[in-house]
Design a protein. Sequence first.
Length: 165
Amino acid sequence: MINKQGLWFLTLFSLILVLSVYYITMPNEIFKNEDIVTESDKEETSEVSKQNISYVETLKVELDSERAEILDTLQAVLNDDTKTSEEKNRAYEEMKEINDNKASEEAISKKIKDEYSLEAYVKQDDSKVEVVVEGKEHDIKLANKIMRTVQAQFSDPMSISVKFS
């Protein structure tokens, strides 16, 4: 009679054997698809260039991905049973701060879009606010107006920088 360990060994061995026979009998053209890959790469790059992704949108996506990674690590701290309540509280406060900053940035970006009809990227860190506006003209008066609009959103004085892309 075959025991469980022997049964597992036979099952895995037969699976490996079947996969190796399949690999050996596959035609070689499948592995030599360099021309196909380069053609598909060319098609993808032409599609991306047709989409005309803006610098502001790229910055927004990068910031969102960074924050998603940070939030995932903080969520892992909250779900970890070995962490102390103090560590969990710190992680929760950081998550809350990130979400508050994100909401504030979205509100500022919306206000700039409503008032000036410009697409804007906004990043807030403590007492600093960085604004990147999508526009071809580098207008100092417009930058001052945007700075005043952003400062009106906060009760404390903020260090605000406005850049044009």
